[in-house]
Design a protein. Structure first.
Length: 132
């Protein structure tokens, strides 16, 4: 965003890393790492690794691209919250937002078996939300 003159600095607004890029935003930022960890997953080590995430036992890997898109979108949105809307998003709120957005994605699947698999993913993600 800094290179496109959208942000005034290349410093990550979350962790103050001196150089924020796409990988930092979704993976190496301490905030992103906390979100991934809360979901019981490892943060991807590269943008390519994001698409090749190791399967999670009992969950349909064909649904993963939609899950990954939801997670990365909400990490991006939570990064922009303090910058553009003066909102502070905790990792707990980001987890809630991931679950809320993915609950809408469930209905986008046309096949009943895919929708059922997406619901299993939704249940998995829902367990990541702290209960307080």
């Amino acid at each position: 965003m800094f290179h496109n003159n959208v942000a005034q600095s290349a410093v990550c607004p979350r962790c103050q890393d001196p150089y924020e890029d796409a990988l930092h935003l979704i993976s190496t930022c301490s905030y992103a790492t906390q979100v991934w960890s809360s979901m019981g997953m490892f943060a991807p080590t590269s943008l390519t690794a994001l698409h090749q995430h190791p399967p999670i036992q009992g969950l349909n890997p064909n649904i993963w691209p939609s899950v990954a898109l939801t997670i990365t979108w909400k990490l991006w949105d939570s990064r922009n919250a303090p910058v553009f809307r003066n909102e502070d998003h905790s990792h707990r709120l980001t987890l809630r937002n991931i679950v809320a957005d993915f609950s809408l994605w469930v209905f986008r699947f046309k096949k009943n078996e895919d929708r059922a698999s997406a619901r299993q993913w939704l249940n998995f993600l829902s367990f990541a939300i702290p209960s307080s």
